[in-house]
Design a protein around this ligand. Sequence first.
Ligand code: GUN
Length: 295
Amino acid sequence: MTATIIDGRQIAEQIRLEVKQDTERLRRERDITPGLAFILVGENPASQVYVRSKGKACDEMGFYSVTEKLHPGISQQALLDLIEKFNCDVKIHGILVQLPLPKHIDENKVIEAIDYRKDVDGFHPVNVGRLVIGQDCLRPCTPAGVQELLIRSGNDPGGKHVVVVGRSNIVGKPVLNILLQKKDGANAVVTVVHTGGPDIARFTKQADIVVAAMGKAEVITGEMLKPGCVVIDVGINRTPDPTSKNGSRLVGDVHFPSASQVASAITPVPGGVGPMTIAMLMKNTMRAAAGSIYH
Ligand code: GUN
């Protein structure tokens, strides 16, 4: 069997088109332009690339956006003060502090300082809690993108057994909480496993849908999968490749050559989950600007 490729670029483009249309309506009917503030601390090359592409997406949506680039040695208090400034800025509906932060800054304190109504990453404890109890909220972008990919590729998770590999606050835990909801497009039986436990394959072999998000290159192989399952690969890892121009290439947490021989559908890396993260960030910002989530 050779799996169908789930095209994340195409699905993300569709979502961006919908967000753009909603944004035009918001401006026409209520004179609101969604505004997103990016805060980038230090010079992590990957973070710089991410923030630049998120800023470009804002331009394409017709959003207002600002990027504050801060010195890596900035004090925690100065960062908190900047967040407070954006909390009070009526032109700003979303605040995104790009992670990771330098070691001397407490990530949790920074996340908690963001007004939860502007927390377009969905990382604030209020949003995490609301997600767990099934209340409407801003939801983490990558996990929300995983759900959209499943629904829009015709692989509704309802009634299916989903095995999530990985337990991070950014991906594993929110994927669990999103797909477990008693709602359309969710309603899955969800098992979470991770590299701290024995025999991941014992669980993945029972999965109708595998979500790989442990951040380890090509660990999930075809022989760990049930024939016909759906594989969503959240991993982005750089691996040495002497045949490529710069000596390396991007791979997921799934070993694509073997997994695609067993699965019925699979996301590629790149071009799978990655583009969905930005699309869902745009959607979150538009929803935050519309102000309909929190009353
Ligand atoms: N760094 C890696 N992923 C993310 C993300 O989703 N949001 C933020 N703010 N930083 C990240």
